[in-house]
Design a protein around this ligand. Sequence first.
Ligand code: AMP
Length: 646
Amino acid sequence: MANRSVDLTSGQKAAIEALTHDQHPIPAPLWLARQAYLRNDELDRRLAETNPDQFWREQAALVQWEQPFDEVSRIDLPKHEWFLNGKLNASVNCIDRHVVTERRLKAALIWVGEDGNEVTYTYGRLYREVGRFANALRKLGVAKGDRVVIYMPLVPEGVVTMLACARVGAIHSVVFAGMGTQALKARINDSGAKVVVCSDYGYRRGKALPLKPAVDEAVRDIATVEHIIVHRRGSRPGDAPVELDSEREHDFYDVQDARAIHCKPELMDSEDPLFILYTSGTTGKPKGVVHATGGYLVGVTYLAKAFFQIGERDIYWSTSDIGWVVGHSFIVYGPLSIGATIFIREGVPDYPTPEVTWELCERYGVNIMFTAPTAVRMWMSHGAQAPGKYDLSRLRLLACAGEPLNPEAHRWAQQHLVGQADGLVVDNWWQTEIAAPVLGTLPTFDPRPGKVGKPMPGVDIAIVDAKGAPVPDGTGGLLVLKKPLPYMLRTVWGDHARYEQYWSALPGMYSAGDIAVKDGDGYFSVLGRADDVLNVAGHRIGTADIEASLAGHSVVAESAAIGLPDPLKGERIKVFVVLKKGIAETPALISSLKDHVRSDLGAIATPSEVEFRTSLPKTRSGKIVRRYLRAQSLGEDPGDLSTLAD
Ligand code: AMP
């Protein structure tokens, strides 16, 4: 009989072993449980199990429909449709429905720059800014279904652009402004974008980083791009703006008519795409995950309340960026849909000082925060005295996602970051493809460090072996969804066959690509990826992306990228490079290879280590055995290469 067990790395085996010993939950404070949005999550879970359509019908009532849907779901896997024939507009849900209430004078968005400069948009102002820019897009010919690529740092104009696209029915595709030229080009090309909206500079660690040259290079021979709209900030205050030197370039504000504040929203079908967001897969080609308007909005609105517990009077800060799915769902659409106040800051959480985050939490009275475990570990490395110096007595909930939250960091954050408020640190698991929490810890049950938590209501999730059969509790396996969710992807842009692979690897189930384990009480832990995808500081990077970039360097014959454990970032990248004949191995070449990957893919994907080899370990059919290289790098026994199956 074929082997059914899932191939775990030694790190994953060690993590499972450690989890069985660390059994000390953190008691969830009663006061938080009492005011939780879901008072009895078990009851909701049961309703969602017994009558899923009724459950989702109730959640759909959180959203404003211009035309009611006539069917909750129609599922014919891998196809799944939600809220059929319902019509709505996401920007109306995030703005208009608040503007007609007393919320029109409430802060929708508070933005702070690295230098402490502050800008606030009330819901009323957000309505006007989005209306003006949406009208400008329409005037340039942008219509329902057109793609708009957004390459902007975390600035209010980025949020405005996303919402303006939603207003006119254009599909936005935000590309993280830290990504390099090739990554941007591939995304513009794949989406067939008609318009690119960018900023001229982003600010990071006190430096102005030019973004326009990457756009110039990326669009050079892309004929689909008709307009480039540049949000001009200058490299310093008072600077001359960057030149707009072609007919297709426009200034972000000049293109707007200040008086044109009302923009008729496009009526979108529930299943019409809202956005494409590219993520890494196991091939070098970026994967354009497509989310549908209705199901997505219902999911993020429900979970902004049910998971993040965001309420009317909260200041909510997500340290993520609009370039990631967290930024889409829980900077923009979820919190604005419920009429909350979002706090956003451009820059990194340890500049100008490692204390800046706590200083801002105190200054603005932040109540709920969403961050990545890598940030928690960074703060931890600077010691507890930093947060201890500030008044964090209002910070009651800290949600972490993106990568495993190690028990040590979890306990530290519980004590030092939310301790003053007698609050709670909660882990949550999801991914670009499923745009809101799937597993997580709610205030109604005790967090167990090292474990993400339990399924959210409506989620049917399991851990299975390589053949799709459930594995016993305490045994590692593949994380799968047995039923689709409204807030899951509908397709991969331009490559539906690639979408179908999510549901065909294990027939009838959605394969998340992660290794997980469940304990006897129903708590899940997600230990890492099962495929050739790395997770560096909470960001997914395909080994194939890095190898494809290196293949573009003139000296490289072939290469292999692997992830190695890193105390701060979770994983760091090491590459093995075979040079072309006659090329000498020099330290300068190592820098040149690193720079090449940085410029192609961005800083996150930059290898921290380059090792030259004369050949790479391969199976008989020629596949590179990255696992072998990884074991060698970790000083473990890599096994016998000649016995490896193809
Ligand atoms: P992304 O689509 O870039 O957001 O990456 C999603 C991937 O990050 C997941 O498939 C997991 O591998 C990992 N991930 C996200 N959240 C968690 C978490 N709470 N614990 C462990 N891994 C996580």
